[in-house]
Design a protein around this ligand. Structure first.
Ligand code: GZL
Length: 313
């Protein structure tokens, strides 16, 4: 009789932990940087929605922009023995110890949206991200054409130490370096944030004033902040001062329709489906490429009113 009860209890336990169709539901830890930009919010939404769609038990941690909190979150996921971890690493350095702990616990880590510097790339299953160097290059090539190969540019950089800031700077400056009559007269970290972008742009205007002929912002949020500063200074952004940025969030299309932003290089944040495909593949023991490059488009003022109708973020 006793074994009958035991069997029923075990069956009930097994069913409780299963998704539909009797398969055990996955438990995945997601360490998100924070909510610094519209892009970040769109990425979080994509991951949460995809987890819900697949019946994944998602343990979500928002680090409020603090890498130490991200590392603590990963240690907590390891202690909870999650099946896999998704990590959006704020900066490139400082991850090796905690990634080794995950590897020792045999918990695969999928990187989304930003890369890491490690001595051993077996510490993560794959990186799903855009090509930030190419994004910077495309922004520079557009400016070279628009400015006729000459003029003064100011650069609003993303979070210092982050892969997108490092690579968007690298790609952009490599193109401008080949143009002796184009000069980056100011460059500073605006932390991918709108208010910081406005603040840094105000400082640039105090220092350089009308010498500024173009603004390159590493994301739309900082560009929108810079546009507010240029407007306040009566400098006519989008006309007398060209403004180009990266992300292609809804606010960028609104700024282009208003004639204040000239162009934006897309950086697609809808990484949920690819992230969970990668998690499922690595848990099935399938090999993954070390990097999966996200495809990005390019948008200019002239088509913004049409383009905005089909934007998903
Ligand atoms: C890019 C992402 C960047 C966005 C910013 O993958 O890491 O961080 O370009 C966001 O808007 O804050």
């Amino acid at each position: 009789m006793r074994s009958l009860w035991f069997g029923a209890a075990l069956a009930a336990l097994l069913v409780a932990g299963c998704g539909e169709g009797g398969k055990k539901a996955l438990t995945v830890g997601f360490s998100q940087i924070g909510a610094e930009s519209a892009w970040r919010t769109a990425e979080t939404k994509s991951i949460r929605e995809e987890a819900a769609k697949r019946g994944v038990d998602l343990k979500f941690s928002d680090a409020q922009g603090d890498q130490e909190k991200q590392i603590a979150a990963l240690r907590s996921f390891i202690a909870q023995r999650v099946d896999a971890i998704i990590l959006a690493p704020k900066v490139e350095d400082g991850w090796e110890p905690v990634l080794r702990e995950a590897q020792r616990a045999r918990i695969p880590v999928v990187l989304v949206d930003r890369g890491v510097n490690v001595t051993d790339d077996s510490l993560y299953a794959t990186l799903i991200a855009s090509d930030f160097v190419d994004e910077g290059r495309r922004a520079a090539e557009w400016l070279v054409k628009k400015m006729g190969g000459k003029g003064n540019i100011v650069q609003l950089e993303g979070t210092s130490g982050s892969a997108p800031a490092n690579d968007r700077k690298k790609g952009f400056e490599a193109v401008i370096a080949k143009r002796p009559e184009m000069k980056i007269i100011k460059s500073q970290d605006g932390d991918f944030a709108r208010d910081k972008g406005q603040e840094v742009m105000e400082a640039f205007i105090r220092a350089e004033g009308k010498k500024i002929q173009a603004v390159y912002a590493h994301n739309d949020d900082m560009a929108i902040g810079a546009i507010q500063a240029l407007d306040a200074a009566g400098m006519n952004p989008g006309k007398d001062v060209l403004v180009i940025s990266i992300d292609a969030v809804r606010g960028a299309f609104e700024a282009m329709i208003a004639g204040k932003l000239n162009a934006t290089v897309e950086c697609n944040p809808l990484l949920g489906p690819d992230a969970f495909d990668a998690v499922e593949k690595v848990l099935r023991g399938e090999a993954l490429p070390k990097k999966m490059v996200v495809k990005d488009s390019f948008f200019e003022q002239g088509t913004a009113a049409e383009d905005i109708k089909t934007r998903q973020y």
